[in-house]
Design a protein around this ligand. Sequence first.
Ligand SMILES: NC(=O)c1ccc[n+]([C@@H]2O[C@H](COP(=O)([O-])OP(=O)(O)OC[C@H]3O[C@@H](n4cnc5c(N)ncnc54)[C@H](OP(=O)(O)O)[C@@H]3O)[C@@H](O)[C@H]2O)c1
Length: 344
Amino acid sequence: MASSNDLAPFQGPYFKQLLRSQRLRAPRMTTDVGGQTGIIIGGNGGVALDSVHILLRYGISRLILTVRNPQKFEPTIASLRKSYPSSAIDVWVLDLQSYSSIEAFVDRCKTLDRIDFVNISAGIILPNFIINEATRHEVVFQVNYLSTVYLALLLLPVLRERHPPKKPSILTMVSSGLAYVAAFPEQKAPNLFAAFDDPKNWSTSFGGDRYSTAKLMLLMFLVKVKDYANPDEVVVNVTDPGFMRAVGLDQHMPLIARFFVWLLRVAIGRSAEDGAMTFVDATVVKGKESHGSFLYNWKIAPFPASMYQSEGRSLIDKVWDETLHELEFARPQDILNAVKGKTT
Ligand SMILES: NC(=O)c1ccc[n+]([C@@H]2O[C@H](COP(=O)([O-])OP(=O)(O)OC[C@H]3O[C@@H](n4cnc5c(N)ncnc54)[C@H](OP(=O)(O)O)[C@@H]3O)[C@@H](O)[C@H]2O)c1
């Protein structure tokens, strides 16, 4: 099966494609998830929690959901445990705004014998420029890109050691269809990450392109990282849930913006079940064939057109180099080489 890299570039116009996508329905779930252990990052709400319901309904053996505030999640978890008594459901703490929280979480993953999949679903849209105190980076960039890929990097060797018998572990990162229209206005800056952290580059219209840029960068990271993982051991893919009817992602936006986005969500939003099935599809239905690919509408889809062009390929290299440089404290190249089986 062709990967995203081998497909013809995405053809717009985006809005027409979006409307077409929103009318599609998810394929029926036929995969047996009995015996599987899965981890869902940001599992306390939104699309991730909807996917939790599907996986439990289909009899997954163990689910670990990460949350920032376990106390707030207690009533939901109690009701899930009551409804699905034959599945083990654990709640672990993870805050993507803290590298030490990410590292503690990854250490805890090492206590597991088997990990079938990890879905990094957590994401955020903010209307205002905010610097994350712990890392000194702008928060939308931090959560949607930098911390997501840091977590993914640290998880690679852990999953490699804990994939199920005769099957790879699946590591899914969650992007957005907006990656197809991301303008990436900072791309000409000598240092991308410094540009993201400069308030002058923050658009007053709800951060402008920052969220879409971060989601595009996940695809750029994917095309590089895929070459280090052996898809017989760890499959890395990226998915998009579609434009959802649920409003969780809009919670920080000003009321008036929330109202207009709500109207659009009511008009064309994807149902909870169909959106959640994109997560289930990426993590338990698709396998080795999805390695290094973008899953859109439950199918392997092309990358944004710019990623096939020489300028876009240089930008991919720049994003990759700056990412490894930024995460140098964790010796990312050593991690990648070890995952690839190379000695440094
Ligand atoms: N909804 C859509 O239309 C849509 C479209 C395309 C892509 N997506 C993507 O799909 C994913 C899920 O979106 P959603 O609609 O389900 O959003 P949501 O309802 O807002 O849920 C987002 C989740 O991310 C968690 N989160 C935010 N910041 C975090 C941090 N620093 N550390 C750990 N967790 C954090 C939230 O936890 P708290 O409850 O603690 O804040 C929440 O559980 C996101 O990556 C989003 O970008 C959504």
